[in-house]
Design a protein around this ligand. Sequence first.
Ligand code: NDP
Length: 331
Amino acid sequence: NQQILLKSRPTGEPIEKDFALVETAIPELGQGEVLNRTIYLSLDPYMRGRMSDRESYADPVELGKVMVGSTVSQVVKSNHPLFSVGDFVLGYDGWQTYGIAKGETLRKIDPNQVPISYALGITGMPGMTAYFALLDVGQAKPGETVVVSAASGAVGAVAGQIAKIKGCRAVGVVGTDEKCDYIVNELGFDACINRKTKDLSSALKAACPNGIDVYVDNTAGPILEAVLQHINLGARIPLVGLISQYNAENPSYGPNLMPLLVKRALIKGFLVGDYQERQAEFINDVAQWLRAGKLKYKEDVVKGLEKAPQSFIGLLQGQNFGKLIIQVGDD
Ligand code: NDP
């Protein structure tokens, strides 16, 4: 059995020496276990995270252990009643030519539906990511403009095409002109931008004349920054991946958005003006709480209009203590 182990944790971009290819004997099969011959191993961006021992939503691969990964395999020996020799299965056997897995962790694949490798992509985890990111978090609606980064990849290509199916304008961002050509001419995206273009923001503006309603963000970084300049009122941004940051030792671009993804947190824009019609609700409650002593309030009163500039500068440095107001005249 050939295995690829994680030998060392990369600093920045992984290098070949971080991996080790070894030859091992295949162990005896235990009760309920299945021996699989790997046919396809999925390589996915999340693996960069598993190589690192930075805190993450999943444990890192231990040094000296087989790199993890989804696999499509064929059963060669089975101690499990549901699996027979010759079955095709989706599993998580990792970077090795043979894997032993508990039957419960495997899913049978029907080779007569679509090519078996699809289970690692469009009909598997990446496809499902695209589907729910776009439709559940993104709430894409007909007529809206959907931008997708890493748009020719496993997730992005599916997201853009579903956007088209749903009657949206789909705009992809990719890394080469060849990929652009593919997503527009083969996949039916309406427009494409090469992310290495000098002025991403103007390119997005031109490709999205009606602004951006949904951005399926696979990359974060500069693409997210440019997209934000063109989002429409009520836009939705499923933060799916931050691949532009995966090799960074310290997130190099703006705040680290990873906790948003891990905690499935939502950032949503807010403008108080939108709540004008509910002002009475607010005043009733606050007046009542103030009267009851349930709310406390502190003012920082500075006397003299001439103090206004200095006070304002101080405010921006945190020098006020309480609500800053200038007393311009006697009360
Ligand atoms: P892809 O097949 O799209 O391959 C990765 C692509 O990312 C590359 O081809 C490249 O495309 C792009 N890329 C690489 N480096 C950079 C960079 N520095 N800046 C911008 N783009 C870059 O991968 P997947 O479709 O499998 O994954 C896409 C994203 O979705 C990843 O961030 C991944 O982590 C995330 N993901 C998240 C899941 C979740 O549950 N949250 C589940 C599955 C995936 P190009 O050069 O064309 O830009």
